[in-house]
Design a protein around this ligand. Structure first.
Ligand code: IMP
Length: 423
């Protein structure tokens, strides 16, 4: 079954682990949006590996790993990740990089930082240049991975873009960005990547025709989607189901199943509304229990209770078939677990996720309380062993969101994942 795996919160739901767990059954794993703002943590042979651009499929030698054209690519970063993966003993001769993937250039990174530090836009981005790179795509002036394969063409295109960006930087009172040595370093990376560059759409369509099983690997999360998230505190791509199609060139008929990943609580990095956020000692404790520090930037994550209003929104906009619930074990020691089931605002009580940008900032969550299970779940291998209190929490999540729970994760190791079928 061709499967899409998507984050249903603000990213960091544990997609890396979920995808690594699921990827074993697939012939192809494809990334379709985002860039090296993502940080997927996977434990490989007992070692912690953080992937930013490479699809998690690289851990399975027979699995074709695809970086499709919806992904924005910083080629130096990609080369480094490939080298690191090879140092771990992975061959990585099974990678296809789309020639049509837009490049993240040094100007993009510069501007991301300039905007972040200005009073116009403080999103709390990863400062990797993601937003400005996608802006170039929409602005019809982007350079692409394929451009790296034509030295003269690339040099002349980047010179024109440098002029454009240096005008902008000058207007912001910033020193100009030199084209060299970056252009040469990019071309060198292009030579390294050349054997992997191709038509990812055609490869995926061929795989489909041949009956291969494809896993589409989402990055970030639904609430960071440029159109459906908590705008303007979002990333610059479609992190939701639509991104699969615009980002790969496959049709909706290519997808058989959508798995949504959610933590058993909630986290967010960067600015923006987070109604069920926990501050003070409670927040500190949950952050420590869950080791909630960003995989990409190391920033402490904001933490809070599971927000079921937001989760149901995510389930509905993505057409989620089943939930993969992660980090349930983090809640083991708590006397009480809570989940937001409605929002209150000047307009009264609502169970609907507000569609107006900014409206979420004004709401107060209404909680439902669940008794804690006070049992260590890390050793759990069968769903029948789940304590009643934990089961009650999960049953409520499934009932409220309308999605069954298909998988449960209770620790960092691949083995600490249980396939269940809780309706
Ligand atoms: P950008 O994607 O770097 O532009 O950042 C925009 C917003 O998305 C910020 O709030 C980031 O913290 C957030 N973000 C981007 N990538 C990730 C991720 O992989 N996990 C969690 N948050 C992310």
């Amino acid at each position: 079954m061709n499967t899409v795996v998507l984050g249903l919160q603000w990213g960091d739901e544990g997609k890396g682990k979920a995808i690594d767990y699921l990827a074993g059954g697939f012939d192809v794993v494809a990334r379709f949006q985002g860039g090296h703002n993502a940080g997927h943590t996977v434990y490989y042979r007992g070692q912690k590996v953080v992937l930013h651009l490479l699809p998690s499929g690289i851990f399975y030698p027979d699995c074709l790993a695809v970086i499709a054209h919806g992904v924005v690519v910083q080629p130096l970063q990609l080369v480094e990740e490939i080298r690191n993966a090879r140092a771990l003993g992975l061959r990585l001769d099974n990678l296809v990089l789309s020639a049509n993937a837009p490049l993240i250039l040094p100007f993009h990174q510069r501007l991301d930082v300039v905007f972040e530090d200005s009073r116009y836009q403080r999103i709390g981005t990863t400062r990797r240049g993601i937003g400005p790179a996608y802006e170039d795509v929409v602005g019809r002036r982007a350079l692409f991975v394929g451009d790296l394969l034509d030295e003269q063409g690339f040099r002349s295109k980047i010179a024109v873009l440098a002029e454009y960006y240096n005008r902008l930087l000058a207007a912001w009172g910033q020193p100009a960005e030199a084209v060299e040595p970056a252009a040469s370093a990019y071309l060198e990376a292009g030579e390294f990547l050349r054997p992997m560059v191709g038509d990812s759409g055609a490869r995926l369509r061929r795989a489909l025709r041949e009956g291969k099983k494809i896993l589409f690997e989402g990055a970030q999360g639904t609430l960071l989607d440029i159109h459906l998230g908590t705008y303007p505190f979002v990333t610059s791509s479609n992190t939701t189901i639509a991104g699969v199609f615009s980002g790969t060139g496959l049709s909706p008929r290519a997808v058989d199943r959508v798995i949504g990943i959610s933590k058993a609580y909630a986290t967010r990095v960067g600015e923006g509304p987070f109604p069920s956020e926990l501050g003070g000692k409670e927040g500190e404790r949950l952050r420590e229990l869950g080791n909630e520090y960003g995989a990409t930037t190391g920033r402490p994550r904001r933490v809070g209770w599971l927000d079921l209003v937001a989760l149901r929104h995510a389930v509905q906009v993505n057409g989620v078939d089943s939930l993969f619930l992660t980090k349930l074990d983090v809640l083991d020691g708590l006397d009480e677990v809570r989940a937001a089931v409605a929002y209150e605002s000047g307009g009264g009580r609502s169970e609907d996720f507000p569609c107006l940008a900014g409206a979420l900032a004004g709401v107060r969550p209404v909680y439902r309380s669940f008794p804690g299970w006070k049992t260590e779940l890390g050793g759990l291998r069968r769903i029948a062993e789940l304590p009643g209190a934990a089961r009650a929490y999960l049953d409520f999540i499934a009932e409220y969101t309308g999605a069954r729970i298909g998988h449960l994760s209770v620790g960092t190791e691949r083995e600490q994942t249980i396939a269940v079928d809780l309706k």
